[in-house]
Write a new protein. Sequence first.
Length: 227
Amino acid sequence: MNTLEDPARVPTSSWLERWSPLGGLLFVALTLFSFLSPSGDGPGDTAEEVVSYANEKSGWNDLALIFALISLILLGWFVSGLYARLRRVDVGGWSVMALVGGVAFTVLFFTAITIWTAPLIELDNESASLQAAQAETYLAIDDVGWVLLGGSGIGAGLMIIAASLVALRARSVPAWAGWIGVALGVISLATIAFVGIFAWLAWLLIASVGMLIPSVKRASRPAAAAP
């Protein structure tokens, strides 16, 4: 929810850092796409529904696992760029809290999606008896995925709250914007109740755009100065 960057004070930065907000934007786009995809309804609550889902949505399950792997790259890129910006204006505990929260968010989100998708990929190639047994096992560990997703929301909430407070202290954003960021961070703690997902998606979108604007302006400056 902030740019956290003063081009006059920070004239140089690495390419990966400058464009790290793209990781946040791409992650938000892929997450929203996964919600709207045919696989978004989930496999159901019975072994028969799980087997049917695995057979009918085989291709989408493969894509979901690929998304989980890509999320490690995109979120890792975003979090590293955010932390670099925070460290320039805060060398205390808030920037470390944002880093720890961001890493927890990244790892736990990846693990939750993997738990929900990886067991389904091979399910459609098994015999009927093995499918039923594996589907029952899948249902037994399904709740673990929700707990991990809830934990990822707590990590996201800590990252958002810390980053917003740093922005407030550094006066990088208007006070109202900083406090909205804090509020979104608090709501993100309720990811296990699903509502928190929309909070951290909204913050990632706004923060990514806010951090990307200075990089775009800097990249376009030489072209604007050319005769």
